[in-house]
Structure formats: structure tokens, C-alpha cells
Design a protein around this ligand. Sequence first.
Ligand SMILES: O=P(O)(O)O[C@@H]1[C@@H](OP(=O)(O)O)[C@H](OP(=O)(O)O)[C@H](O)[C@H](OP(=O)(O)O)[C@H]1OP(=O)(O)O
Ligand SMILES: Nc1ncnc2c1ncn2[C@@H]1O[C@H](COP(=O)(O)OP(=O)(O)OP(=O)(O)O)[C@@H](O)[C@H]1O
Length: 496
Amino acid sequence: MELDKMDENDWRYHGEGNKSLVVSHVQLSRVLRLLKYPAEDSENPPQTPEQAFRQIQSIVDFSSKVMSSLLGEKFIHSGEVVKLPLEFVRQLSIRVQHQRPAWRCDKVMDIYSGCALCLPNLTSPALHQPTHTPPLCIEIKPKCGFLPSSKHVSKDIKTKVCRFCMHQHYKVANGKWKRRSLYCPLDLFSGNKQRMHFAIRHLIEEPQNNFKIFKGGQCIYSSKEGSDDSMDLNSLLHHLRPYFLYGNNRINSHVTGKAVVNDFIQVLVNALLSGGGGDGGVVTDRCGEGRSFCEASLFNKERIRHGSQGLPSDSVLSRILQTQMLDTLDIEGLHPLYRRVEQHLQDFPKERTRLQIDGPYNQAFLEKLQKCPAEDDGSVDFAVAKVHQYRVAMTAKDCSIMVALVPGPEEEEEEDEGQRWLRDFLSSRPPAFSYSVSILDLDPKPFDGIPRQLRLDQRIVSCYSRTGAAAPKASLPPPPPPSAERDDCTLLFHPV
Ligand SMILES: O=P(O)(O)O[C@@H]1[C@@H](OP(=O)(O)O)[C@H](OP(=O)(O)O)[C@H](O)[C@H](OP(=O)(O)O)[C@H]1OP(=O)(O)O
Ligand SMILES: Nc1ncnc2c1ncn2[C@@H]1O[C@H](COP(=O)(O)OP(=O)(O)OP(=O)(O)O)[C@@H](O)[C@H]1O
């Protein structure tokens, strides 16, 4: 990629979040992640090009020097900052505008700094052979996977119902989403395959901003405003079917839609429980018992047939959960420490640098949070270490996982799709995929964002106490008998 010869026609809109907009190259496996600003600042960018460059460099440093050490290097692609021609960025912004979802257009793409983060395109991984079936990539934003146990938690409900499930009520009440997602992160992070299956099924049913599927680099399934949901599910089945034409669920050589989805979820669960890449071999070294249940989850505990399995310690979910759990005090216990630091900075503004409040994100920053004493000695250093831990945990609560599934074992590259189908059909074995697992969106959360966290926490809990606790638990059909091993994953699909 030659930065001085950039052509906007080589790039297409790929996706966006709250802070950045991502475009992908039409041929190379590369994306550019550009910053966004509130639309009202569009004429007047909030930072200079130098500041934008430093902000993106600090994202790279935070990811490569802090998060990568906590989450495991094998999952992380930190990328590099690039300087782009301003005319290219301006044209690109015009080119992608019509593809942007309306609800994200309260922010505009930064066209002034010319800076962007260049990353590998995790939805069209390099291990894909262009002549073969395109990879399926599944993006999950799992959110917080544990219930707080801090003594500072003032509302009992927070120790029983997870943040995500409570937040759903708040989001629906405030019009962010039309209906609640019944996904519960505690089920996904449980390590129990039945619970994980159940969680993913609900991500598929109501993806919101927590679930997307890409095929060959193109998004084929995500939350679509105002669309006909059944159409989306049917079109998802249409895409998935060729990947799951075989396996245990074949009935007279016809694979039902339910079986396709069950196989798909099973492959995804295996990838999430793996050590990060490979062919789904036996998982060993499981750490911990399955963690707690959320009272709002619809998963019926009685139906666990294989006990609590816990997460394998080298799995992506385990690494994310361990990092999230650096939030030991909960926002309610953390906020007074934040105030201690804030007061100290008001009294001694120059301390901001020594305490690395805004970075640099390096080994020293990592050590500050790793060597935090267990007990509060009243010092500002203790408070800063806890704040750093909390911010790192926040990043882990907001990151996404990308699982890339490439059909067929690598050693049988010469086989075409039909031959592979016949071989798998005859052997009736479960689908074989090579896969890789990555973590994305590992940006540092700002120090000044902590008071907002406290306010949001209070609003979510208060909204849930008013509306959620009284809401009906579910509108799902009654569960099938326990013997129907595969049927507990029934999706509300329309026939195709
Ligand atoms: O606060 P939360 O839990 O709602 O998380 C925010 C996310 O909302 P979600 O609940 O996942 O829909 C929010 O995502 P959406 O914009 O809702 O897609 C952002 O990820 C936000 O992070 P940042 O401010 O852009 O760095 C996230 O804010 P942080 O709290 O991580 O700063
Ligand atoms: N390296 C990558 N390869 C492929 N797709 C990517 C990559 N990075 C980001 N994306 C896509 O772009 C989307 C937006 O990126 P990202 O989540 O980093 O944005 P964000 O604004 O930081 O999100 P948030 O709302 O969480 O703050 C992602 O959901 C993902 O689909």
C-alpha cells in the first residue's frame, strides 16, 4: 500500500463504532480505522493533526504494550499509525457517507488530521485461499462477564443481575434499541457449552451491536434498523448452509435450518474455547469452576447435563474475563479513589505526567497497575493504580472478539468444494474448520470518563429497579424434554 498513491476507489465502507469508522481495501487484507468527531464539531475539529496522530499512537501503544500483555499477544493486532493525503480522506468520507447507518451519523469522520490506524483486515484473513470457499468471520462484543462482589456495591440487585441484562432495559426505555436482547454474557463466559450455545443463539436472534457475521470480508449479518428480521435470518441460513451440509444432523440428506445453525454455533463455541487457533483439538487445562449465574438469564440451570466446565485458561474468553475482573471495587468503590486522584491533580497539576494519567502506555504503566498493593494505604499512588486497573478492565469490557473460520482442513487444499462435501457426506463427520481468534477495539478509556460511568451505573440500576425486575422473564416457547440434546437450540426461524 503506497501512502502517496492512495485512491479512494480502492476502499469501501466496512463498519463503525462510537469512536471510529473503518474502511477496507478491496484487494489487500487491510483496513483503515479513522477517528470520528461529534457532528457539531465538523467545521472545527477538536484537535490538531499532531494531537490526532498522538491519540492514535497512544491507541497503538495501549494495545501493544498494555492490553497485549494482559490478553495474550497471539490475539492482538495493534497496527500502525499512517499519514494519509487529505484529499484522499476527504473523497473517502464522501464515498462512504451514504452507507453509514443513520444512528451513527451524530458523528462525522475526521477529514482534517490525515491520520488513521492501519490494521490487518480480520474479516478476510490471510490464511484464506482466494480460490476456495470464503472464510466466515464472527464478531462478538461480549461485554462484562461477571457479577461484582465488591463490598462497595450498594444495590443488592447488582450482585444478582448482570450489567448487560440490566442495561438492556435502560436501552429499550431510552429508545436505543426497539427490543431487548436476551443474550447474557455470564452464559457466554461460563465455559459450559450448553450455556454458551444458548448465549450465542440469543446473539443471533437480537444482534444489536454485539454480533456480526462476515463472509469473505463482507458483512452478511448484523443488526439492521427497521428491517424484516425473518428476512435476515433466512438470508443468514442461505449463507451458512453451504458450510454445514454435512454432520450429525442430516435427515435423508436434507439439513434442516435448525441443524445448520446448531452446527454453526457448535463450531463457534469450540473456537471460543480453544487456545486461539488451530483445528479445534481437545481442550485441556480448564481453570476455575463455571462462574455465577445471572438471575435475568433465561437459561434453565436444571438443564445443565455436563456440570460446570469452566473456561480453559488459555482461551480468549478466559483472558478477557481475567482482565475485566481487574475491576475489583466496582465503579462505586472506584469513584472515591478517582476523586482522590482528581483532587491531587488539582493541587499538583504537574503530577499528571509522573502518574501517567494520559499515558504514555508503556511497561511502567503496566507495572503500576500490576504492582498495586492489596490494601488502601491512603496514598495517591494506590488510587492511581486502582484507576489504571479499572480503565484497563473497562477496555476489556468493551472489546470485540473476531473468530475467523476457514472451511476444510489445510492439508486438503487441492480438494474443491464438491469433493469436500462428498467426503464429509460419506463420513458424516462434523464440519472441519481452521480458525483464528483475535481481539479488536482495545482503546484506552479516558480518565475523565469515570464520573460518567458512575452516573450511567446509577441510571441503569434505577431503571431496572423500576421496570426490569417486574418485566416478564421471557416470551420463549417451553423447553424441550432433556433427552432432545440438540433441540435446546431452537431458533425462531421461518422455513427456507
Ligand atoms: O458504557 P457502555 O457499557 O454502554 O459501553 C459503551 C458502548 O455501548 P454498549 O453498551 O456496548 O452499546 C458504546 O458502544 P455503542 O456506541 O453503543 O456501539 C461504545 O463502545 C462506548 O465506548 P467509547 O465511549 O466509544 O470508548 C462504550 O462506553 P464505555 O463505557 O466503554 O466507555
Ligand atoms: N482490524 C479489523 N478488521 C476487520 N474489521 C474491523 C477491524 N477493526 C474494526 N473492524 C470493524 O469495524 C467496526 C468498528 O470498529 P471498532 O469497534 O474498533 O470501532 P469503535 O468506534 O472503537 O467501537 P466502539 O463503539 O466500541 O467504541 C468493528 O465492529 C468491526 O466490525
